[in-house]
Every structure is written in C-alpha cells, then in structure tokens.
Design a protein around this ligand. Sequence first.
Ligand SMILES: Cc1cc2nc3c(=O)[nH]c(=O)nc-3n(C[C@H](O)[C@H](O)[C@H](O)COP(=O)(O)OP(=O)(O)OC[C@H]3O[C@@H](n4cnc5c(N)ncnc54)[C@H](O)[C@@H]3O)c2cc1C
Length: 511
Amino acid sequence: MNKSAVIVGAGHNGLVAACLLAKRGVKVTVLERRDVVGGACVTEELIPGFRVSTAAYSFSLFRPEIVKELDLERHGLAWYSKEPRMFVPLPDGRSLYVWRDAARTVEEIRLVDEKDADAWPRWNAFWDEVAGVVRPLVLDPEPPTLAELETELDRRGKSELFRLAIAGSAADTVRRFFRSDAVQGMTASQGIIGTHASVNDPGTAFVMTYHAFGGELVDGAGTWAYVRGGMGGVTQALAACARSLGVRIITGAPASEIVVEGGRATGVRVLGGDEIRADLVFSNADPKRTFLHMLPSGTLSPAFEDRVASIDTRGSVIKVNLALDEVPDFLGMGGNAGPEHAGTIEISPSIDYLQSAFEDAHKGSSSVRPFMEVFIQSVSDPTLAPPGKHVASCFAQYAPAEINPDEWDLMREQAGDAVIDTLAGYAPNLKDAIIHREVLGPPELEARFGLTGGNIFHGEILPGQIFGERLGPRTPVRGLYLCGSGAHPGGGVTGAPGWNAARAALSDIDE
Ligand SMILES: Cc1cc2nc3c(=O)[nH]c(=O)nc-3n(C[C@H](O)[C@H](O)[C@H](O)COP(=O)(O)OP(=O)(O)OC[C@H]3O[C@@H](n4cnc5c(N)ncnc54)[C@H](O)[C@@H]3O)c2cc1C
C-alpha cells in the first residue's frame, strides 16, 4: 500500500496503531515529545540502580488479539500473574489475602466473616458474567450508547446487571454481596481507581467493571499481572515491533500543529522544526490537547469544541514512587520478603474510609488517610533494584480536583507524607527504609506525560463518557484519527483505541 501516516505520540496506543498500519504496508512516522517512548506505560530510573513503573504499574486489560497479531512475546513482552492477587492489611492488625484460587480465598475471608466467605464464589461468577457482556464491546467500532445498552440488557433480562455493573455506585454493588467492612472495602476500591468520584457516586460500578474485563492473558476475569522489567516492557516490545516493520520513531519531537488543508489533515508540524506530510494523521494525545490545542482555529464546529471542552479530565491520583533499603515489615508478618509483598497491597479498609478520603479532596485538600494500592515488584523481579533493595509504587487517592500547579506545589510533599504515614501505620519500618521518594500529583502527571488535568484515562470512564458517548477513532477532520485513550473504550493499558483507530483508517482507505 503506497500510503503514509504520521502519529503524534508514542504512548502504547500510538505504537499499537503504528504497528498495525505498518503491517499493512503504510509508511509510518511517530513523533514523541518526550525522550522516551511509552507515555504513561513506561519504566524509568528513579535513582541510579532503581527502576520503577513510573505511572501504570499493573497489566490485565491489554487485548490478547494485539499480542497475537504483533507477536509481542517475540519482541520481548513477558508477564507473570500476581500471586496473591491482594494482601489486605486491616487497621486492627489482622490481614487477609486474596489468592487466585477462589477456594483458598474463601477460607481467608471466613476468618473475617462467614457470610462474606460464602458470597465470594457468587461475586466471582457475577464478574465473569459482566466480562462476557463488556469484552465484545471493547473493540466494537460502533459501540452502543448507554441507553441502547440498557435496552439490550433489559431485553436479555439483565437489567439488574446494568445497574450493578454500569449505572449504580460501587458501594451499592458491593453491599449486595458483602457485609463486613474489610471485604466491602477491598472490593469497592476498584470503583474509584483513577476517578474523581466517590465510591457512593452513580457510575462508579462501571469503573469496577472496567477493571474486571481483562485478565484473558492470564487466567480469566479480573486477574492482574506484572510485566517483566516494569510496564515499560509493554511499550519497549511495541517499539521493537514497530521498528522491525520499518516505522520511524522520533523522540524529543513535540508536535505543535496538525496541518489541515481543504478540510483534510495532511501532516504535522514539529515545534521549531519541519512539517511531516502524510496521507493519514493520528493523535495519541488526549482529546483536549488534540482538538483544542493542535488544530488551526476554525477547523472544528463550535459544538464539537464545546463537547471536547466539557470532557471531565479532573485528576485524582497521587503516585508515590519509592526506592527502599528493605521491604516494609507489615505488623504480624515475618520481616523478610514474603507473599504479603508479592501482589497488590490494598489499603482500603471500608467503604466509609473511601468516602472520607474523597470528602477530604472535595474540600480542596488531599486525603488525610488515602486509599492506596502498593506494588513492590522488585520482590518478584530483581532486575528493578540492586540486590537486597526494593522499589515500591504507591497509587493513592485522592488529590484535590482541578488544583493549580502553584497551590499543589505547597501541598505536594504533605500529600506524599499522608501516603507514607498511612502505609507506615501498617508497616512501621517504612519511613526508615526510604532512600528516595518521588511524589507525582495531577500537575506532575500532566507535565510529564501530557495527561490533561492529570486524568489517567484521557477523560473519566464514567457514564456520559463511555461506549457510544465517548469519542471514537474517526474525527470531524477527514484523515485525522484519535488513537489514544480519549477514544472508546477508554484508558488503561488496553491497546484498544490504537487498534480501533488503525482499523478505522485502513477500512476508510479500502473504501
Ligand atoms: C499514575 C498512573 C497509574 C496508572 N496505572 C495503570 C495500571 O496499573 N494499569 C493500567 O492498565 N493502566 C494504568 N494507568 C492508565 C494508563 O497508563 C493510561 O490510560 C494509558 O497508558 C494511556 O495510554 P495512551 O497510549 O492512550 O496515552 P499516553 O500514555 O498518554 O500517551 C500519549 C503520548 O503522546 C505524547 N504526546 C502528547 N502530546 C504530544 C505532542 N504534542 N507531540 C508529541 N507527542 C505528544 C505523550 O508524551 C505520550 O507519550 C495509569 C496511569 C497513571 C498516570
């Protein structure tokens, strides 16, 4: 095929699109503003010898079709599932594990609450059913609107599923299954990941669903994995695949403008440099950057600009990355690296705890007692830290929404302290073990990764911004495609928006 494409951004979705296009013979150039590829899916050196997944840290949602189509394992992608799935320390000094083996988890939960233990198999069966409904929609080029989906699920006698997995709140869904604070807390937290909403807000059930539709690369719904070498392993494999297909990837090349001639995108101008002309233009940048900052004024209708401007891109995440002298020694545990360090360490003791973390942020400060998920991948992947040392990645919420960088500068270290103090409440040696810490709130996530508002999904994945109401790969400008997480199905390391955009463009060429 004698066609060319230029892609703004070498996030994982831009790279997926690049590979698929190149496989079909399109001559592809990728422009990345940073000096490294990967966007928010990257491994970086925190301090010499300590490497960490700076932003995304956990792998599950990536489409198996892409791994197969691009033969990514041959290009170096390797992952291994977390075991346990979770270690949940509790404020009263007890703790429980969530194992991949459901029967083993039931016995763990039985120590906390008999009835909740009995409910665990029903909970798993519910998510298997939900995954069966959502998975086919992920790569759907024309996903239904929410109203259409509701009607369809009604028709199938599944209106309850629509409420519990999409329209309702995470808290309500969890309460339908469990009654103990501990089990409610550790499950409801999946409804607030990356979102500036409270666990009691309608639509957070869908955030839970979004985090449960993956796992097919491992062993089924909801299983999360680590990538060997950190999340940069995904984008390094994609970049290797792209280069093997002849894709030219230029880093340190911020695009300043998408060139439009006669209503059609014809190329991209690099800041202070050349214009790269192409038959097809893709943007992996988020919708606000793409449509409100990179197109010549007057290109889009005011209605479309308003729609983009109204996308909720508030950030909520504080990422604290640590270099550690030793592993955190959790109360009641042995001190050395053990199963408590191997999976996700979940600090989410109850629904009320999550609600109160949200209320702090709603009042304009960061959470005093943040919700967090902590990963110490160096325990299972020693390539990430010097012998005997460790890296930890703490994904915490909430940062105050819409905070300006100057205000945040005054608040950042205090927010970092709240994360460390909270975790140290469960593992008292933590503070002395810290060699270095990095605190990334929404302004840092925006500056480093180009995520508007620091929103990790290029826009919330809540009703009103999902399925048919999210942007798609085709845009109002002919020849311009949106290939990043701002397009259906949304954020996370799925590869789906990149796949969908490449397929849309290739089918437009074929017509
Ligand atoms: C702290 C954090 C934790 C997360 N945890 C997880 C997790 O554990 N698991 C998971 O699945 N997901 C996680 N996510 C979400 C996930 O990482 C993102 O949704 C996903 O990586 C976005 O991929 P993308 O390719 O669509 O866009 P991005 O990764 O945002 O890539 C866009 C690229 O475009 C570049 N760019 C932007 N503008 C320009 C320009 N003008 N010129 C040139 N280049 C430009 C950017 O520099 C960037 O490289 C997390 C995100 C964050 C921030």
